[in-house]
Design a protein around this ligand. Structure first.
Ligand SMILES: NC(=O)c1ccc[n+]([C@@H]2O[C@H](COP(=O)([O-])OP(=O)(O)OC[C@H]3O[C@@H](n4cnc5c(N)ncnc54)[C@H](O)[C@@H]3O)[C@@H](O)[C@H]2O)c1
Length: 335
């Protein structure tokens, strides 16, 4: 099987590539047995894309890296040819950046997805896995979303992702393309660009700095280890039904305040390191996905509990300063 992974130099896409190619430390007993003949990564290497994320598999002869933009129709057409499966991660992914400027989100997430779908349709790609987010549903006060819940996104990021989800599903309904959509909760783990809350807080704390806590800290998120997410995607790639949406979650809901307490604890520091900041504009209060469908149909279950997952993540950032220090030194604030 020849697999094209878009955004494979980013946080989640690179974990997927490392898992597919069996990189040491990126596989676990019970992972779905996909043994690809070839894996092509198409990635524009934006601020969050990093070839260092693929270093553990760079010498694998099955890996080919193609630098480029998913909006470049000629390049995409050339790259898509000859692949059996596309797993589409490439996106602008940070809500705060979408509040500061929505244009790249609409361009990459909507037009880029349409460009890929058109190429897949032309080339008869057997399966298109579209990786999306629970944020497309908006916010839920209690209970959990099921896959048939109406979309009601609130940020430019989640609106652009919702647009891409609907396009992907429309190519299934209109053209009969084999498309599956995954929607997951908040991911954490190694190799995450230090702008999202967990790597931002951990690297700030390891550097002796403070961390910014939005609003009253009461926003609730479900935390999913990136490896569990990739296992869920692999199950959907292998066994998901065409035209269906599957949720992937970690089963661990925490308020941002509770998460902050765990990170302070893991770094051995106290609340004096926390600075309250104005809330994010339009901040969704709570996300919660129901994972019954993927559990019952495909046998998915998260295997990494939050306590050991967070401990491993903090350890990884502690041990891999050479990975994140240059990123922090060169990063520009999103807003
Ligand atoms: N991180 C999360 O918690 C989370 C949660 C739900 C869904 N998702 C979704 O998962 C996917 C991956 O997220 P991530 O956290 O790994 O993001 P990321 O920002 O770490 O990685 C995105 C990757 O896409 C590449 N990219 C961006 N624009 C591109 C373009 N125009 N052409 C080609 N490549 C381009 C970047 O260079 C980068 O390598 C996204 O689709 C995101 O919406 C992420």
């Amino acid at each position: 099987m020849r697999i094209l992974v878009t955004g494979g130099a980013g946080f989640i896409g690179s974990e997927y590539v490392r898992m597919l190619l069996g990189a040491p430390g990126s596989t676990r007993p019970g992972d779905p047995p996909i043994e690809p003949a070839a894996v092509t990564v198409l990635d524009k290497l934006t601020y969050s894309g990093n070839l260092a994320n693929l270093a553990p598999v760079q010498d694998d002869p099955r890996l080919r890296f193609v630098p480029g933009d998913i909006c470049d129709a000629a390049l995409v057409d050339e790259v898509v040819a000859g692949h059996d499966v596309i797993v589409h991660f490439a996106a602008e992914s940070h809500v705060d950046r979408s509040i500061a400027g929505a244009a790249p989100f609409v361009t990459t997430n909507v037009l880029g997805t349409q460009t890929l779908l058109d190429a897949a349709l032309r080339h008869g790609t057997h399966r298109f896995v579209h990786v999306s987010t629970d944020e497309v549903y908006g916010s839920i006060a209690e209970g959990s979303w099921t896959e048939d819940w109406p979309l009601s996104p609130n940020s430019p990021y989640s609106s652009a992702k919702a647009g891409s989800d609907l396009l992907a599903l429309a190519y299934h309904r209109t053209h009969g393309m084999d498309v599956v959509v995954t929607r997951c909760s908040n991911n954490y783990g190694p190799y995450q660009y230090p702008e999202k809350v967990i790597p931002l807080f951990v690297t700030n704390l390891l550097d002796g700095g403070t961390v910014p806590l939005y609003g009253d800290g009461g926003n609730v998120r479900d935390w999913l280890h990136v490896h569990d997410h990739c296992v869920g995607i692999a199950l959907v790639q292998e066994k998901g039904r065409a035209g269906e949406v599957y949720h992937i979650g970690g089963g661990t809901e925490l308020t941002n305040k509770e998460l902050t307490a765990r990170l302070l604890d893991a770094c051995g520091v106290g609340w004096d390191r926390v600075v309250a900041v104005a809330d994010r504009k339009g901040h969704d209060r709570r996300y919660s996905v129901d994972i019954t469908k993927i559990s019952q149909e495909l046998g998915y279950a998260p295997s990494i509990d939050l306590e050991s997952g967070l401990a491993g993540t903090v350890r990884w950032y502690r041990d891999n300063r050479a990975w994140w220090q240059p990123l922090k030194a060169s990063s520009t604030p999103a807003s």
